[in-house]
Design a protein around this ligand. Structure first.
Ligand code: GLN
Length: 541
């Protein structure tokens, strides 16, 4: 029997609903339960795939190739459960399906309406593929009071009824501190819960985000006005690291309360030692390293959410603090600016789309290669590493990517452009944006004895992809003459997946996104190894 937990948010956005959901998932899991987390997004985009990282932060890709909300990244990092396409739905997706069905005539002339057609579709999504889960946690995106949330709230209200006894509602609100009054205020929480009750949802638990300890009297007030028992008012205070959130919520009784409401009285105590260990390593590092992330969307850190966390995980594994310097690659396009990189212990060029800043990234890669600074290129960062070696070592000054340079020597281009051309290297770059993204998990075969094979401890790996362009296999020989090794290839041997420079202390480029699979309790081997190399470098400089 699967139980459902619905999580809504009130007062303001960005309260960390995704994190709260993920942390509760981790707590239930630490008690031995099987959990799955889902996100219901009210916006009208079909998925976040085409949304600007500035608007929406990172696009999180699942094994089965869905482009999803970044909260799914939190879910995976906290629970280790791989998300699937069926774990994220948007209004856009729901309407697209319903309208297609209407056009086909599936409704047999009936009127198609928000209730019941849209709400039924939402209910079906939330309750699909329960498998043997003990708990399914569904986070509703947006904030109570948003017009577009209404069908979702109506759907979960109905589910509360349908699943009577097997569903509970958690509402996350803000208790702000008003400096001029010197007080925390409960009124926004009261109003938000009132709004929710107006829709017909009585929350079972109210979680109160607050930057200060909430006095007993205020907790009692919230309990009274929001109609929830006192021990179901859970203070959710700011903590030093997000990985402390499960511990903090447990200390406040969140998981205990959830189990009590469901009438589960034989639950084992949670084993929180792995989380304690992670938090201790973050809070008491034995050293630190400075990593420069030379990217494009550095103004908004949510754009590189998983990357940032994966670097933290690499630090946890090496017991060091990782200081990340976010650098806009465009600055390296002016003379000698790369010298700013002098003091860093590692350079990482992450994924990106389009031309802006590409030349600056290439300059930073030259710097890393020549100065023997550990270099990690991810997706675009791998493509640019190949272009850099081609231009500066292989004597191919016109080398570039057809993504932004046409015509050019296509070291990187659409796979369709050379897959079928019999290995003929051409100067034409006729490819357009017609290709589709290669999305989701694909295997790669690693060369026995290569650095990456040793790092992974395996010769076949599976990693998640999100790219349209590929390194051109026709240049492999020429590049290998420069000392670059193609140490990971697609199983059919056609698509380069990994390059490395064995003569360099640590120079690895990967076509996939390893950061999507890194977790605090199971850091990704490439990040562990990269940070280790940065630690070694820090001892030299
Ligand atoms: N823009 C490049 C491509 O489409 C790289 C994408 C990425 O870095 N995620 O192949």
């Amino acid at each position: 029997m699967t139980r459902f937990i619905f999580i809504t948010g009130g007062v303001v956005s960005s309260l960390g609903k995704g994190l709260a959901s993920a942390a509760l998932g981790a707590l239930l899991q630490a008690r031995g339960y099987k959990v799955r987390l889902r996100k219901l997004d009210p916006y009208l985009n079909v998925d976040p795939g085409t949304m600007s990282p500035y608007q929406h932060g990172e696009v999180y890709v699942t094994d089965d190739g869905a482009e999803t909300d970044l909260d799914l990244g939190h879910y995976e990092r906290f629970t280790g459960v791989a998300s699937r396409r069926s774990d994220n739905v948007t209004s856009g997706q729901i309407y697209q399906k319903i309208i297609a069905a209407e056009r086909r005539g599936d409704y047999l002339g009936g009127t198609v309406q928000v209730i019941p057609h849209v709400t039924d579709a939402i209910k079906n999504f939330a309750t699909a593929r329960q498998e043997d889960c003990d708990f399914i946690l569904c986070e509703i995106g947006g904030t109570i009071g948003d017009i577009e949330c209404l069908p979702f709230l109506e759907a979960i209200r109905q589910l509360g009824n349908d699943l009577r006894g097997n569903a509970l509602f958690i509402h996350l609100t803000l208790v702000p501190y008003i400096a001029s009054a010197g007080e925390l205020k409960t009124k926004p929480t009261q109003h938000s819960v009132k709004e929710l009750r107006g829709i017909g949802i009585q929350p079972d638990i109210v979680m109160c985000r607050s930057e200060r300890e909430i006095p007993e009297a205020d907790l009692r007030k919230i309990s009274l006005f929001c109609n929830v028992p006192e021990n179901a008012v859970i203070p959710a205070l700011d903590v030093d690291t997000i990985y402390e959130v499960p511990l903090s919520y447990h200390a406040r009784g969140l998981d205990t309360e959830v189990l009590r409401i469901f009438g589960i009285d034989d639950a084992p105590e949670p084993d929180l030692r792995p989380w304690q260990e992670v938090v201790q390593r973050i809070k008491e590092p034995e050293g630190e390293v400075n990593i420069a992330v030379v990217g494009k969307y550095v103004g908004l850190q949510d754009a590189y959410k998983s990357l940032r966390e994966a670097l933290v995980h690499g630090g946890i594994a090496n017991k060091v603090k990782v200081n990340i310097e976010w650098i806009d690659s465009e600055i390296f396009e002016s003379e000698d600016a790369v010298l700013h990189l002098e003091g860093v212990n590692g350079i990482l060029v992450p994924g990106a789309f389009g031309k802006r800043g590409a030349e600056g990234k290439i300059k930073s890669i030259t710097f890393a290669r020549e100065r023997l600074v550990p270099y990690f290129g991810i997706c675009f960062g791998m493509q640019m590493a190949v272009v850099e070696s081609a231009r500066n070592l292989a004597g191919l000054p016109d080398a570039s990517s057809t993504e932004f340079e046409k015509p050019c020597l296509p070291l990187v281009g659409l796979m369709t452009a050379w897959e079928h051309d019999g290995g003929q290297v051409t100067r034409s770059a006729s490819s357009d944006m017609g290709g589709t993204l290669r999305l989701g998990a694909y295997d790669a075969h690693l060369t026995e004895g290569s650095q990456v094979q040793k790092i992974y401890g395996a010769t076949t790996i599976s990693e998640r992809h999100r790219h349209r362009y590929e390194v051109n296999i026709n240049y492999v020989e020429k590049l290998e003459e420069t000392g670059m090794v193609f140490s990971g290839m697609s199983p059919d041997g056609v698509l380069p997946e990994i390059v490395e420079i064995p003569e360099h202390p640590w120079f690895i480029g990967v076509q996939f996104h390893p950061e999507l699979k890194s977790r605090p309790l199971d850091p990704h081997p490439l990040f562990v190894s990269f940070i280790k190399a940065a630690v070694e470098r820090s001892r030299l400089v």
